[in-house]
Design a protein around this ligand. Structure first.
Ligand code: C2E
Ligand code: MG
Ligand code: MG
Ligand code: MG
Length: 292
């Protein structure tokens, strides 16, 4: 906290505030260098069909290996990248790598890529997607862009055009962290949303929390009525999976099935999934449930 004299100007900063500011500046500087240094990589977290137990796709999650700090969480550096404008370069990098990797997977399943609202509102997202698709040769139908509800706040007039340009390229859209943000539901039918990702906060405390149960039930019915698919994130127990399947949620993602994997692990898993047909499906979940 800053202390003020009676004259007004700030004369002294608290040490911890100073340190936080320096830390932040260092993060900004390192972030800019890190893209060129190859310090970013992607992890892939598999997604599963709750009824058949088949892998349906994977979400690309950005990882930063910092030379001194070790692993830095995207929750920490994505906001910094957004404030400094680096998110556009970083976002283009993620699209390139994710499409390139997915084109080499042994199964033709979806790749979901997180896109910052800023990439939609101020960047050339259409150009970035077009170039990632062209250089990878990935079937555009396999690319799903994950956006959060905040992309729709204060609705920008360019937005509808950007969505239709992207839709024309053949990609699909998933609404991430559903239920935590902007609460107007109007955009669900105004924009071409193919899938709703139900936020982990509604999954964590079921079945004990009646409110979460009510939200999950309603979201599945709402989505169904609008012909929108559903996926629940953060599934950690067999019981959560069982309940979500019974409520009619289509897909799931979470530590129960797989943690975010490196590209080698993801390829091995999807190769196995294609061979066996069923992985981590109902029977396996039941078995796990019996053990718990
Ligand atoms: P998100 O898109 O909602 O991603 C899901 C987050 O939940 C990931 O955290 C994932 O590792 C974590 N998670 C998955 N399953 C479980 C589970 O069963 N239990 C628990 N406790 N957590 C689980 P992560 O990788 O730290 O990413 C955090 C957020 O950072 C993401 O949230 C996303 O908003 C953002 N992010 C990640 N990669 C990118 C990217 O390439 N671009 C942008 N713009 N944002 C990204
Ligand atoms: Mg996401
Ligand atoms: Mg999410
Ligand atoms: Mg989330």
């Amino acid at each position: 906290q800053a202390k003020r004299t009676s004259a007004g100007p700030v004369v002294e900063f608290d040490r911890s505030m100073d340190e936080a500011r320096l830390e932040r500046l260092a993060l900004e500087r390192d972030l800019a260098a890190a893209i060129d240094a190859g310090a970013f990589e992607l992890a892939y977290q598999p997604q599963i069909d709750l009824q058949s137990g088949r892998w349906t796709g994977a979400e690309a999650l950005l990882r930063w290996r910092h030379p001194e700090r070790g692993f830095v969480s995207p929750a920490e550096f994505v906001p910094v990248a957004e404030e400094t404008g680096l998110i556009h370069r970083l976002g283009a990098f993620v699209l390139e790598v994710a499409c390139r990797d997915a084109a080499r997977w042994p199964a033709a399943i979806k790749i979901a890529v997180n896109v910052s609202p800023l990439q939609f509102l101020t960047g050339d997202i259409v150009g970035a997607v077009r170039s990632a698709l062209a250089s990878s040769g990935l079937d555009p139908k396999r690319l799903e862009l994950e956006i959060t509800e905040s992309a729709f706040v204060g609705e920008n007039h360019r937005l509808a055009g950007i969505f239709s340009d992207l839709l024309a390229l053949g990609v699909t859209f998933a609404l991430d962290d559903f239920g935590t943000g902007y609460s107007s539901l109007g955009y669900l039918h105004r924009f071409p949303i193919a899938k709703i990702k139900i936020d982990r906060s509604f999954v964590t405390d079921i079945p004990g929390n009646r409110h979460s149960m009510a939200v999950l039930r309603s979201v599945v019915v709402l989505a169904d009525g609008l012909s929108i698919r559903t996926i629940a994130e953060g599934i950690e127990t067999g019981q959560q999976a069982e309940i979500l399947g019974e409520l009619g949620c289509g897909e799931g993602q979470g530590y129960l099935y797989a943690k975010p994997l490196d590209i080698g692990q993801a390829c091995a898993l999807f190769a196995g999934g294609a061979k066996d047909g069923e992985r981590g499906g109902r029977t396996e979940r039941r078995a796990r449930l019996a053990v718990v």
